[in-house]
Design a protein. Structure first.
Length: 367
């Protein structure tokens, strides 16, 4: 079973394994394709590791066990001890920093208490084979540690100590987001659908969480102090609907404000209502514009234009850099993930479909 060593844990901001901690195997669930071990300090589980099956998860805990180490003690007086198993450990709340590597090559290094990532690779190009392995992850860890300078360790330790934040934001706010360890992107909040929901403003509420429409500027930089004034004249990628987690918990810090104008770019959501009371209705949402038609049929047939909200921005480093070089969003439409661009009526190749939808719904979709 492969696992990090303490030097690597220090570079990643994870608690190191103390010499007096006991390492014990943990019973696997029937569906686990990985091994699980726990590290105990006396009768307290301090760390849990899942490794194998092309995944690696290391997280920190503060859970008491029975003297024989076989059972997890309850968190409340009304609870009962449960078997110390992989499945039961997953149900307990982690503390401090966590590291996750999944089969699809996703890497997340985050604070479970802050609900913020210090690093993730969601905005980087995917692995060539679209399927990560433990060996690839181990190489990534070695490279991360080789690139780690003393100030990086100071930064991640400071990040790990910070408390959870709840940030207020508004439409027009400009924010910074990490693309990788050294590079930043910048985006802007164009519309707050959750505010419309609270204000009883009619809209097609097919979104999970608290949805925002955000766009990403044509900029990739090592600077963390780019101002809103510097961003005003830049193009943006097509906007998308995301949940507010990154802004609300402070992972995407607010750096300025540019008021929202009349001619902004918004996703076009179109399709049959998901409300069982309106199963024969067709709906369209474009920014603040909402239209519905009873007894109508979709004019797009198999095309889906109502994918809802995502946890991440529609950005990928290689595509963003190509758009910057081209001075247009053509590389985005031609090279971004098909699930995004093939269901987006703003895509230039769907100009005819967009006009058909506009006529049916009685709106002018000015793109």
């Amino acid at each position: 079973m492969w696992e990090l060593n303490n030097d690597q844990r220090r570079c990643l901001g994870l608690d190191q394994v103390a010499a007096h901690w006991r390492r014990i195997p943990v019973k696997a669930s029937p569906y686990d394709d990985f091994e699980t071990v726990a590290y105990l300090e006396d009768d307290v589980v301090r760390k849990c590791i899942n490794s194998g099956g092309d995944c690696y998860i290391e997280y920190q805990l503060n859970e008491r066990v029975t003297p024989d180490g076989r059972y997890l003690l309850p968190r409340t007086e009304r609870g009962k001890p449960v078997l110390l198993s992989s499945a039961n450990l997953k149900k307990r709340t982690s503390v401090g920093m966590c590291l996750l590597f999944s089969q699809r090559g996703a890497i997340d290094l985050y604070s479970s208490e802050r609900q913020c990532a210090y690093f993730n690779n969601r905005y980087l190009p995917p692995l060539a084979d679209r399927h990560g392995t433990i060996e690839q992850f181990a190489q990534w860890v070695e490279q991360w540690c080789a690139d780690t300078a003393p100030e990086d360790i100071t930064n991640i330790e400071r990040f790990a100590r910070q408390p959870r934040r709840h940030v207020r934001f508004r439409e027009g706010d400009v924010f910074r987001f990490p693309i990788d360890r050294r590079l930043y992107g910048y985006g802007r909040v164009l519309l707050n659908y959750d505010a419309m929901r609270k204000g009883d403003t009619p809209f097609w509420d097919i979104f999970m969480g608290k949805p925002l429409v955000c766009s990403v500027y044509h900029i990739v930089t090592e600077r963390d102090n780019v101002t809103a004034e510097e961003l005003k004249g830049l193009r943006s990628l097509p906007s998308t609907v995301i949940t507010d987690n990154g802004l609300y918990y402070g992972e995407y810090p607010i750096v300025g404000h540019i008021p929202v104008g009349q001619q902004e770019d918004y996703p076009i959501l179109y399709g049959r209502s998901i409300d069982v009371r309106k199963s024969e209705w067709i709906c369209l949402q474009w920014g603040r514009v909402y239209r519905e038609r009873e007894g109508a049929e979709s004019v797009l047939h198999e095309m889906r234009c109502n994918l809802g909200s995502s946890f991440q921005l529609n950005c990928r480093l290689d595509i963003l850099q190509q758009c910057i070089e081209a001075g247009s969003n053509r590389p985005y439409w031609e090279g971004f993930y098909p699930a995004y661009v093939n269901g987006d009526l703003r895509n230039p190749k769907f100009a005819q479909e967009r006009e058909t939808v506009a006529r049916q719904m009685g709106v002018l979709l000015a793109i």
